[in-house]
Design a protein around this ligand. Structure first.
Ligand code: ADE
Length: 232
């Protein structure tokens, strides 16, 4: 069983990489993939970079070149759902693209020719990831639900409110997950994702994000990934 561990940015994965005792760096698709072991499990760790296209390239390379059996994404997100606060953790049960609009040919948000606007994460893997969050970060407020991805850093209260009004089920926004979910759907590779809420996608989002990514993101990711791999 080969598990891919992915984050978008270095700060989100640095502490995970520090845990790998025997990793070997391999270059592919303009990226570095760290192939090694953690808690006796085969692991491929990689930074996807930011945005849906970078995410799709990374997911495809992990599957085609590194033959991973499952993919776990970790990182931060902007909270837009009611009650989703900074420091909370969101485990995704599905993803949609909030910036996808092929209307009037297809309904708003629908991924053309897939007949759906959302891709579910793998139920068993998501359950295991949620259990790992509970073990790693006891007392943390944990949400499970829909996450929206787009090629935008959402950084105004007006945009955040508009997104919440248009998509009331969405808990948080980020920039990669929906691409991973769609590629993993295409290849039938189990996918799960966890995001710590770094900001509220409002007028303070920029500063909140930068502070959080340095202070908390890597620690949270490492604790969750360790608990997840230790637990099976
Ligand atoms: N990731 C973390 N915060 C975000 C935001 N406000 N918008 C998009 N992606 C994010």
């Amino acid at each position: 069983m080969r598990t891919a561990i992915v984050a978008a940015m270095h700060q989100e994965l640095a502490a995970v990489l520090a845990l790998l005792p025997d990793e070997q760096k391999q270059a592919a698709a303009g990226r570095e993939f760290w192939v090694g072991h953690l808690h006796g499990q085969e692991v491929v760790a990689v930074l996807s970079r930011i945005g849906k296209v970078a995410a799709a390239t990374t997911a495809t390379a992990l599957i085609e070149r590194f033959h991973v059996d499952r993919i776990v994404f970790t990182g931060v997100a902007g909270g837009i759902g009611r009650g989703v606060h900074r420091g909370d953790v969101v485990v995704a049960n599905g993803f949609l693209q909030h910036d996808l609009d092929a209307s009037p040919i297809f309904p708003r948000y629908e991924v053309p020719l897939y007949g759906t606007d959302r891709f579910a994460t793998d139920a068993a893997l998501t359950q295991a990831l949620e259990a790992a969050v509970r073990r790693a970060l006891p007392g943390t407020h944990l949400h499970r639900g829909l996450v929206a991805s787009g090629d935008r850093f959402v950084s105004s209260a007006a945009e955040s409110r508009a997104l919440h009004f248009a998509l009331p089920d969405v808990l948080a926004v980020e920039m990669e997950g929906a691409a991973f979910a769609q590629v993993c759907h295409d290849y039938r590779v189990p996918f799960a994702a966890v995001r710590t809420v770094s900001d509220r996608a409002d007028d303070a989002a920029h500063g909140d994000f930068l502070q959080f990514i340095e202070d908390v993101a890597s620690r949270h990711s490492a604790a969750i990934v360790e608990a997840f791999l230790a637990g099976g």
